[in-house]
Design a protein around this ligand. Structure first.
Ligand SMILES: C[S@@+](CC[C@H](N)C(=O)[O-])C[C@H]1O[C@@H](n2cnc3c(N)ncnc32)[C@H](O)[C@@H]1O
Length: 287
């Protein structure tokens, strides 16, 4: 295991033997991380020797991945909406299917000048920071019950030079937003939506490594959706949008929750890139 090629091969074989999916690309990402190389530099260095310290780091990373630690936590970042986000065990790893949530929000506020947008349960800040980057005139407020998650989100806002336009507030769902007197053009949330009784059936990577607060909804899977449908009118301007991510199969129930609450209109369901109903949106008119 002297050269980059030999180290990659050995890592790939070890990961494959331990049943890790996508072993080849995983070994490459881990080796590049240990060597601090871009993809191009990695291929140029293919027949070069691997320094001892880098080899030790690499073997450590392979071991962590083999024990189930998600790749994004090992390398410390994940791409979302074409932007690079810092992530660690304090936050959920942003998922590609959540990108449609950002796209829907951007579309719904397209005609609004300087829109005010809230991201409730911001985690890494992926949604809040993406909206702020892609709508440079937007004012964004991002909340989370987890103070530790907000530290990561703040770091991501600074990393993408939008810290001055994203306000971070700790607290339960919309309480801090309403308390601070925000009137919103859009309120977006990707809530925890796994029912407690289903948590034991989650893949080990999620169950053992991602924060339970980010994944498991207290009480039942749609409990946070229900609370937001109820509370959003206290923060939305007339004509403002509530935009919620839902799990596969959850959209009809969330649509029903919205329809039961008088004052919403234009209820709509949008699909993610894989064709699953992923987003439920509705416009708040008034009581
Ligand atoms: C599914 S994660 C979403 C994270 C991020 N928005 C994303 O899409 O990648 C849900 C987030 O909601 C936060 N959360 C859970 N319950 C909350 C509550 N009652 N009030 C505020 N945030 C909450 C969790 O800490 C977590 O960061």
């Amino acid at each position: 295991m002297r050269t980059v090629a030999e180290a990659w091969q050995a890592g790939r074989e070890r990961l494959t033997a331990l049943g890790v999916e996508e072993a080849a690309i995983t070994a490459e990402v881990l080796l590049r991380h240990a060597l601090d190389l871009t993809r191009t530099q990695f291929h140029v260095a293919w027949n070069q020797p691997v320094p001892d310290e880098a080899r030790t780091r690499y073997l450590g990373y392979v071991g962590e991945r083999a024990r189930g630690r998600p790749l994004a936590y090992i390398v410390g970042h994940r791409e979302f909406m074409g932007l690079d986000f810092l992530v660690d065990e304090r936050v959920l790893i942003p998922r590609p299917e959540t990108e449609v949530l950002v796209e829907v929000v951007l579309e719904l506020v397209r005609g609004t000048t300087s829109p005010a947008v809230a991201d409730v349960g911001t985690g890494s800040g992926a949604i809040a920071v993406s909206v702020a980057v892609l709508r440079p005139d937007a004012a964004v407020v991002a909340t989370d019950l987890s103070v530790a998650a907000l530290e990561v989100a703040r770091a991501n806002a600074s990393r993408h030079a939008v810290a001055e336009r994203v306000t971070f507030l700790a607290g339960d769902l919309l309480d801090p937003v309403i308390g601070a007197g925000w009137r919103l053009d859009a309120l977006v949330c990707n809530p925890p939506y796994v029912a407690p009784e289903a948590a034991a059936g989650l893949p080990r990577e999620i169950r053992e490594f991602e924060p339970a607060l980010a994944v498991v909804a207290p009480g039942c899977c749609e409990s946070i959706h229900a609370r937001l449908v109820d509370a959003a009118p206290g923060a939305l301007r007339p004509g403002g949008w509530l935009v919620l991510e839902v799990a596969a199969g959850q959209a009809p129930r969330v649509v029903e929750l919205i329809q039961q609450r008088a004052g919403y209109e234009a209820v709509q369901v949008r699909r993610d890139g894989l064709g699953w109903d992923r987003v439920v949106a509705a416009r708040w008119l008034n009581e």
